[in-house]
Design a protein around this ligand. Structure first.
Ligand code: SF4
Ligand code: SF4
Length: 377
């Protein structure tokens, strides 16, 4: 990975921890989120700092397994382990946690998480396209607004919300701008670079700083591409399925070591974060509509994922698709069958479905399967 990029991200991370300390000392409300379905705009509108808290590292999993079953998704165990061990400065700083009833494991974990921090759980419907689902979700967004107002000690006005929506839309646009750099051929950003930048910037308290940093990296990468950087022989792979971050990116790294690149990620740590909330009209209705449309496998049915896959496979000119499932994630595991058929029927391409966890014990097995898959492309 480019040393300048590593240093820049490291510096941003270090400065951000200092800012977190300052925010805590100043008594600024801090809200932690675990899922893309939760409208962070409500917390931003209340003047709170917002933090993504999904666990991406293996180290706290052993502690989590003292309470949670072992055959549970590593993301859930890692998230809970960070809370139980008090080892995540971001979780420790949060005064309110927001979760959603997405998959069974996560929603039951949130019941236990409440013992560590006040946890508000949004009741997410599992279907997106009916009047009943929309009504329920709209009511849940209202309920979250009241909870955030009570925690932050201030009322959220429509004007606050509109400003928050505009800011978060700019952040999502910057994320898209960064990821879209890899529509170029050869891809200017390695998958591991993409994961690092998106992950580190996700924690920044200062959203404007994050927006500027993502646009700057995108601009630099476009300029380097014009100078002829990159290797056109490397296969271009789309990663779909579960989210990945620093610590849970072993598949991204193995693909790179095998001479190919993850050029795009369709998951909720990647391109699923590029949606836009309508800025005209009722902000609460707009928020509810935009967030409910998130195309995650916890929805049944989940047509939005296939539309996104179709656009991305074409737009990023990919050679192959790797569909990643965390162990015990039933929704992504079952949906893998339809993804494989969809990619085969629409693009005549094979999909490699991998099921793994955060440990490195199966790295060599994964490498053999990834090498064999790349040979086929
Ligand atoms: S995979 Fe789905 S349920 Fe899990 S964090 Fe992402 S959007 Fe939420
Ligand atoms: S990866 Fe799957 S099992 Fe894990 S939290 Fe997300 S939806 Fe739930």
């Amino acid at each position: 990975m480019d040393a300048r990029l590593v240093n820049a991200m490291q510096q941003l991370g270090d400065e951000n921890l200092l800012e977190l300390e300052k925010a805590k000392s100043a008594g600024r409300p801090i809200v932690g989120f675990y899922c893309l379905y939760s409208p962070v705009e409500l917390a931003v509108a209340a003047g709170a700092a917002v933090l993504p808290l999904c666990g991406t590292r293996n180290d706290p999993i052993a502690a989590a397994e003292e309470v949670l079953p072992r055959n549970l998704c590593p993301l859930i165990k890692s998230s809970f382990g960070f809370a139980a061990t008090g080892s995540c400065p971001y979780f420790q700083a949060a005064g309110l946690i927001v979760g959603d009833t997405t998959c069974d494991g996560k929603k039951k974990m949130f019941e236990l998480l409440d013992a560590y921090r006040p946890t508000h759980v949004m009741q997410l419907p599992s279907e997106q396209d009916s009047e009943d689902s929309r009504r329920l979700w709209r009511a849940e967004v209202e309920r979250l607004k009241k909870r955030v107002e009570a925690y932050a000690g201030r009322e959220i006005t429509d004007s606050d919300l509109r400003q928050a929506v505009a800011l978060l839309n700019r952040e999502r646009a910057a994320r898209k701008n960064l990821m879209d750099v890899n529509r170029l051929h050869p891809a200017p950003l390695r998958g591991s670079e993409l994961v690092t930048v998106l992950f580190k910037i996700g924690f920044l308290l200062d959203k404007e700083r994050g927006i500027a940093a993502m646009n700057e990296v995108a601009q630099t990468m476009r300029e380097e591409h014009q100078k002829g950087g990159g290797d056109p022989r490397r296969k271009r792979i789309l990663l779909t399925g579960v989210p990945v971050g620093l610590g849970s990116d072993k598949v991204v790294q193995i693909v790179e070591q095998c001479g190919a690149d993850i050029v795009a990620m369709e998951n909720c740590s990647g391109y699923k974060q590029t949606f836009r909330v309508e800025e005209e009209g009722d902000p609460m209705a707009n928020l509810a509509a935009a967030y409910l449309a998130t195309p995650c496998s916890v929805m049944s049915p989940n047509p939005g994922r296939f539309a996104m896959l179709e656009e991305m496979i074409t737009g990023f000119s990919v050679d192959g698709v790797i569909d990643l499932t965390w162990q015990a994630c039933h929704t992504y595991n079952i949906e893998a069958y339809r993804v494989e058929r969809f990619v085969a029927e629409t693009f005549s391409k094979p999909t490699l479905h991998l099921e793994t966890d955060y440990a490195t014990s199966d790295s060599e097995q994964l490498r053999v399967r990834i090498e064999a898959y790349l040979e086929m492309l």
